[in-house]
Ligand binder design. Structure first.
Ligand code: HEC
Ligand code: CU
Length: 348
């Protein structure tokens, strides 16, 4: 293999370590609402995963410090000194004590790490689902998320609302993870671990959030060109906020005569083949449900803001925000798009 000029494995590893540190600390520095952070857990499985990772870091850190300091000590103490005659140091073979020590100690360490890992995994996986649990079916699509609440008759996209849990009112949310196409991975680091959504193989995960707020996450599996623009927002609501959100989602789409032109376009320009607006003729399921589009703050799985300007640019050509989005640019006139946006912005 030809080496690049200036290539050095040490420099390469330092760069890797640097990017890794940047990646894991970014969310921490920006505060809990900016980028996903593994250092600010706000939900039951995330708390366990967080303390467990510190336990592993402590053990592996102790190993690193003792090996590295022994190495430095030996390098300095036994270095070749000026004027010293070059000779082989005494060779020691077959010390039973030393060999037993460096076999048994690592085996014990690995056993401890293995058993604690298994205990945490099973505690999270086998937690019995309480009767009061809220069920949400999460369906991964290229490149957006569908959220269905079977107990509540709600279908929405990209922004998940769940109630907070408290000592007085413990409340867990159980997610059933499915995929409409390829392998995706659901990851909101502050709420829990990372679980894949595999076609024809339902997976499960659960959250019991302890603090209200908005938590960001993203698809953690390369599922196609726009995988990086497949973001998740989870709103952990107070029970009152959650009830209000549910009540609004359960309503059908609104009827506003002022936007009849936009609605007519929506129902004749193929939009209805891919999108649902409950209470209208639009019953498509290939794209996100738009019945309560305005209750979301972003569109296209976090790739754009839910503003009239961004909606206009999106409908004009989804590639304005997301090159590989599976929604076509429909060659509509500015007037047609304005009418469509006027209609969409009434869907509260
Ligand atoms: C071939 C199917 C298809 C057609 C036709 C289509 N869309 Fe879409 N639409 C999608 C898909 C898929 C997405 C999700 C894209 C993504 O986020 O990657 C989407 C996303 C959207 C979004 C953002 C929703 C959200 O919450 O993220 C809006 C708004 C939208 N479409 C409006 C329209 C309008 C208006 C039309 C008609 C002019 C239309 N779409 C036609 C498939 C389609
Ligand atoms: Cu994905």
């Amino acid at each position: 293999m030809q080496q690049q000029p200036g290539y050095s494995p040490i420099r390469y590893m330092l760069a890797l370590a640097f990017f890794w540190l940047m990646a894991i600390t970014r969310g921490y520095c920006d505060g809990p609402q900016a980028t996903p952070s593994i250092f600010a857990p706000a939900s039951t499985p995330a708390h366990e995963i967080y303390s467990f990772s510190f336990f592993v870091l402590a053990i592996t850190g102790a190993i690193f410090v003792s090996v590295a300091s022994l190495l430095v000590y030996v390098m300095i103490k036994y270095r070749a000194r000026a004027g010293e005659e070059e000779s082989e140091p005494p060779q020691v073979y077959g010390s039973v004590q030393v060999e037993l020590a460096w076999t048994i100690i690592p085996v014990l360490i690995v056993a401890v790490l293995f058993l604690t890992t298994a205990r945490i995994i099973f505690a999270i996986q086998d937690a019995p689902e309480p009767k009061s649990a809220l069920n949400v079916t999460v369906i991964g699509h290229q490149f957006w998320w569908e959220f269905r609440y079977p107990q509540l008759g709600i279908v929405t996209a990209n922004e998940l609302h769940i109630p907070v849990s408290s000592k007085q009112h413990p409340q867990a949310t159980y997610l059933r993870l499915l995929s409409a196409d390829v392998d995706h991975s659901f990851w909101v680091p502050q709420l829990g671990g990372k679980t894949d959504l595999i076609p024809n193989h339902p997976n499960e995960m659960w959250y019991q959030p302890t603090a209200t707020g908005m938590y960001v996450g993203q698809c953690a599996q390369f599922c196609g060109v726009e995988h990086a623009k497949m973001l998740i927002r989870v709103y952990v609501d107070t029970p009152e906020q959650f009830q209000a959100w549910v009540a609004n989602q359960q309503k059908a789409g609104v009827e506003d005569p002022k936007v009849a032109a936009g609605r007519h376009l929506f129902e004749t320009e193929a939009c209805m083949n891919c999108h649902t607006v409950r209470g209208t003729a639009a019953k498509g399921t290939f794209g996100p449900d738009l019945t309560h589009l305005m209750s979301r703050s972003t569109i296209a799985a976090g790739a754009a803001l839910n503003t009239p300007e961004d909606l206009h640019k999106w409908i004009e050509n989804p590639a304005n925000f997301k090159d590989g989005a599976l929604m076509p640019a429909m060659q509509l006139s500015d007037q047609q798009i304005d009418d469509l946006v006027a209609y969409l912005t009434t869907l509260h």
